[in-house]
Design a protein around this ligand. Structure first.
Ligand SMILES: [Mn+2]
Length: 473
């Protein structure tokens, strides 16, 4: 494994083509520099005015489109997915990128749902689909959608219920969930062990129906307590989803270490697990499709996971997961639960994109240019994520796979002033030093360093080495 950051750009964008070879060269140069200095803006990344101008001109060029850039990355991601022997989870989620200070940029979308348009912040709404394998290694993006929200609709309560239901799913903003999975289904992915994971926003009938028709596996956390197991359309509801799953007797109790979001540390949890098969009828008000075809009951499985005795001051974990993958025994249910614990990693990815790659402070002035910039930064954010995970996983390996001799020496001297550098430090020590360069304090009670501090420290070390080489030859 090579953790240095120049060679990957060639590999990742092997066949990229903007119809002009100079643009291709410029693109690779820009990506390499963006990666080295992820925390800086265009004007501080490049040393000379001519390279700054060159970079702005690149984003201005009509031949440069975010599709060309993203598709090349998606192709590389798909070949990595196909080579992966484990189950690959596709995590879908939306992030809101705030450009409210930029009053002159036109065509931005409303981010909030404030009652008055003047009060809502403006920016871009980005729906990402990130592939990650069972051991938590991010494989890359497989889709990206910029959702438009050009007007603020009145709050749900102000619209009459029957009008909402009359809207077809394609007209709703939530269509992005279906579109993302549909786009993925069109790719040449030969790995059959792929499963789509979303938070509770993905819990709606049309998404389940689309997945079943596309033969895509999904695992989604339920939020609506609707009626289930109806045999006939007009039958009065007898059972509701949550009530049914709460009434099941747990099959098994397990104790596992669990981390469910980027804020919480690992905690030990005692979980009870039950599962069952059920059928989901279409929402009552729309049993007839516009094309006249009747909507049908979908056969699904539910997994109920409850934390028995949560630590004081912590909310008990309670998940009802819905999947179209048959669950035959409790071990299969536990496997699905473990996949779902990976979901928060897309939130971590969005955090890297915003706090690590600072997309919100982009110095570009039009919607089109901002989109190209965010696309490149998203690929950088994935690569940072990938790099830091690998850096952390190789903690017990030989130190020299991460650092050259010069890098080791500079890092040693930085933390041992006045001492003579003798033998290579352990990789575990190196890992902490890198994190400290990135702002990690490292008191005895602190959790292990996070992604951002490792990345910041890594970038800083690389800059120190570069300066050292220039100054000392
Ligand atoms: Mn979400």
């Amino acid at each position: 494994m090579n953790l240095t950051y120049c060679s990957w750009v060639e590999n990742e964008f092997k066949t990229i083509n903007f119809g002009d070879s100079r643009l291709t060269t410029r693109f690779k140069y820009i990506v390499t520099e963006f990666m080295k200095k992820a925390q800086l803006n265009i004007s501080s990344i490049f040393d000379s005015w001519s390279s700054i101008k060159g970079c702005y001109r690149f984003f201005d060029n009509k031949k440069v489109t975010s599709e060309v850039i993203l598709n090349e990355h998606i192709n590389s991601t798909i070949s990595r997915i196909n080579q992966d022997n484990s189950t690959v989870c596709i995590l879908h989620d939306t992030t809101y990128i705030d450009y409210n200070k930029r009053k002159k940029t036109e065509n931005l979308d409303y981010l909030g749902k404030a009652p008055k348009a003047e009060k809502a912040n403006r920016g871009l709404i980005l729906h990402n689909s990130l592939a990650i394998n069972e051991s938590g290694i991010p494989i890359g993006l497989v889709n990206q959608i910029f959702t438009e929200r050009k007007e603020i609709k009145p709050g749900i309560r102000k619209i009459k219920a029957h009008l909402i239901h009359k809207q077809s799913v394609k007209e709703k903003e939530s269509y992005r969930w279906i579109e993302a999975i549909n786009n993925f289904a069109q790719l040449k992915c030969s790995n059959k062990k792929v499963v789509h994971i979303t938070d509770r926003e993905g819990d709606f009938y049309e998404l389940y129906k689309a997945c079943s028709e596309l033969k895509e596996n999904f695992l989604i956390r339920a939020t609506h307590n609707r009626s289930i197991n109806k045999r006939k359309r007009r039958e009065l509801p007898t059972k509701n989803l949550f009530d049914h799953f709460h009434s099941l007797i747990p099959e098994k109790r397990i104790i596992i270490d669990i981390q469910v979001n980027s804020e919480t540390k690992y905690r030990q949890a005692e979980l009870s697990i039950s599962f069952d098969k059920f059928t989901l009828p279409p929402p009552p008000s729309r049993t007839i499709n516009k094309d006249g075809k009747e909507l049908y009951n979908i056969e699904l499985w539910g997994i109920m996971i409850k934390e028995e005795c949560p630590p004081t001051n912590e909310e008990a974990l309670e998940w009802l997961l819905i999947t179209n993958i048959p669950i035959l025994n409790v071990n299969e249910a536990i496997e699905k639960m473990k996949w779902y614990t990976l979901r928060w990693k897309i939130e971590l990815f969005h955090k890297i994109l915003k706090s690590g790659c600072l997309v919100e402070s982009a110095q570009l002035r039009t919607r089109a240019k901002l989109i190209k910039y965010i696309t490149i930064k998203s690929i950088i954010a994935w690569r940072i994520f990938w790099l830091t995970i690998n850096l952390r996983n190789s903690k017990y390996a030989d130190c020299s796979i991460v650092l050259t001799e010069v890098e080791q020496e500079i890092l040693f001297k930085r933390f041992n002033q006045g001492k003579k550098y003798q033998k290579p430090p352990s990789l575990e020590q190196v890992y902490i030093w890198i994190a400290k360069l990135g702002g990690y304090i490292g008191r005895n009670t602190d959790p292990p360093p996070g992604m951002i501090s490792i990345w910041r420290g890594w970038t800083r070390l690389m800059n120190m080495v570069q300066d050292y080489k220039i100054i000392c030859g």
